[in-house]
Design a protein around this ligand. Sequence first.
Ligand code: ATP
Ligand code: ZN
Length: 294
Amino acid sequence: MNNILRIAVQKKGRLADDSIRLLKQAGLGIFRNPGALTCRAQGLPVELLFVRDDDIPSLVAKGVCDLGIAGENVLREEALEALAETNLQTVRALGFSRCTLKLAAPRDGGIKAITDLAGMKIATSYPEILKEFLCDQDITAECVTLKGAVEIAPALGLADVICDLVSSGATLAANGLVDFATVMQSEALLVRSPARWNDDKEALLARLLRRIDGVLASRATKYIMLNAPKDAIEDITALLPGADAPTIMPLAGRDDQMAVHAVCRETIFWDTLEQLEARGAHAILVLPIEKMMG
Ligand code: ATP
Ligand code: ZN
């Protein structure tokens, strides 16, 4: 098993689909048998282990798995709890499962700022992160740990305030809560075990990372093609977000027009397209890029 990379991923939940999608886009053939807890990928010597996200930090810290994909929030909570040695190494921030750990209180309850927290009861699934935050803010409050359904704690009289993960804010609103402070931002991270690996395994990780980097780069990047009047080319290329050295070509049969093709490494908003059009650009196409390397 020494030259196979074992990766722990969430079995089911908010991280699961995007974790598998990333690995598939990096060229791993993943055919899951329903109910199976492991899966040998095709394409590279990789085995996946499907587990609960809370178990990922310690599985990787103990070297049971070489790599893991977990939320920053879970990794930090486990590290603070010292269940997982703190020497897990983050190899990549993956940009998905973004959420924010926030403090929120009942809409009409009078708790509106961090300074109102002194002496309050705060319900959370992340007691260690919350304790660290309160300590940094020099506030003494009581933490009530709940594994789930934290949002109903105030209505049940279990707590005055909650500290919970928020993405859209819809769950908070549905429970009559309003957020008033951010404790931490989180996204999915790829972490590796602290164990020493042989050269072959290091090379395998490097190969996988190159592919993952290609996938992540292509997600943020678009290919733009447009036609424009010759005398507007300078203005137009200056408007392209994050584009280096666009390709500028003549258009057959149109002496006054040129074609511009460029890789844009930043989001192309509708505003930008409107500005391009206002400067005479037409036949504007924005295309996704599937893979990038080099
Ligand atoms: P498991 O059964 O694996 O223990 P879980 O119920 O603890 O699952 P999920 O709700 O699937 O976990 O969330 C997994 C991770 O997804 C969170 O730890 C967090 O990093 C991220 N996440 C993104 N958005 C949200 C959100 N709105 N609420 C909760 N978690 C979110
Ligand atoms: Zn969990």
